[in-house]
Design a binder for this molecule. Sequence first.
Ligand SMILES: *Cc1c(COP(=O)(O)O)cnc(C)c1O
Length: 374
Amino acid sequence: MSRLPAGVLREAQIDTSAIADNVRQLRRLIGVEVIAVVKADGYGHGALRAARAALEGGASRLGVADIAEGVALRRAGITAPILAWLHAPGASFVEAAALGITLGVSSMAQLLAAAEAASADRPTIVHLKLETGLGRNGVAPDDWKTVLAEAARFERLGKIVVEGLFSHLSNTSPEDDLVAVAEFEEGVAAAVALGLTPALLHIAATQAALSMPQARFNCVRLGIGIYGLSPFDDRGPEAFGLRPAMTLRGAVAAVRRVPAGHGVSYNYTYRAPETTSLALVPLGYADGVPRAASGRASVAIGGRRYKIAGRIAMDQFVVDVGDDPVQVGDEVVLFGDAARGVPTARDWAEASDTINYEIVTRIGPRVPRVQVSS
Ligand SMILES: *Cc1c(COP(=O)(O)O)cnc(C)c1O
C-alpha cells in the first residue's frame, strides 16, 4: 500500500513534465503558435510552474485573464509575451504596459487607456478582441469600424501596436462555431481594409483547436489541454496523447470499526450496512472537494475504489472500506491519471454535475501543491 510522507494530510502533486509534454503533443497535433493559458493560478496547478513548463514544452506566449496575474508572472521573472484580456472598469494600463504585458482590448474605452499607457519610446501592444457571438466582452460588430479605425490611427501615431486580433468560441456545436469563425474573418478583413496588419489571429481554445482546423488561424489559446484534461464529453485526454498533470491525494487520517447501522457524517445520509471499517480522508469542500459529490464520487486506496459514504464536510469525508486492511497513513487518491487506475477529474465532475475545469481550478489554498516530474 502506498503511503504519504509522515505529517502530510493532503497534497496536489503537479507533474510539470506532463504539462511540458502536453504542450509538445498539442503543438504536434495543431501545428500553430500556442498561447498557454495560465489564468486562475494555472487552473489550480500553480501559474508560475505551469507557465515555465508550458514554455519549456514549446508555448511561445502566455495568456491570463487579469492584469494582476500577468504582473505576478513578470515579477517572478517570466519574460515571454503575456496577454491579459479581462479588465476592471476604468483600469489604468500603465503598469501592465511598462511591464510589457500585452493587453486584450474589448472596447473604445480600453483602446484609449492602452494609447494613454504608451510612453514616448514604447507603444502599448494590444490584441483587439472582436465579439463574434459569445455575448461576453469584445468589440461588438456595430462598433468594429469605429474602434478599428481609431486603433489604426493610434498605431500611426506610435501609441499602440495592434499585434493581434482575437475572439472566443461558444463550443455550442461545430455549426455555431463555424458561424463565429466566419464572423471573425469579416472582422479581420475590416481591420486589414483600415490599414491594420495584425500578425496574430486567434479564436480557438483547446476544444476548437483540436477539432476544428478552420479555427486555428496562426495561433491558439490552450488551457485545459495543457493540464492533460479533455474538453470533450466523449473523449478523454488519452485520445489525444495527453496526460493529467494533477493528482489530488490525502492520507487516511483515522480508521474506525463500526457495527451495522452506524451512521456516517452529518445527517447520517449513510449507515453501515453491516459491520465495517470507515476510513477518514482529510479533504473537504474547503479544499475544493465538491460537496455535491457526497455519496457519489469514489476514491482509490491501494488500487481499489471506494465510494464516499455520507456527506463531504468542510475538511473531511469518510469512505466505507469494508473488511479491507486499510490503515492510517495509506494513500487515498481522489483523482489523477486514469492510466494509474485512479478516478479522474472528469469522474468527479460527473459526480457533482460540473466540468473537469471546475474540479481542478477550485482546489483550495490549504492543499499544498507539490511539484513532481515523471
Ligand atoms: C480560459 C480561456 C481560454 C482557454 O480555454 P480552454 O478551454 O481551457 O483551452 C482561452 N481563451 C479565453 C478567452 C479564455 O478565457
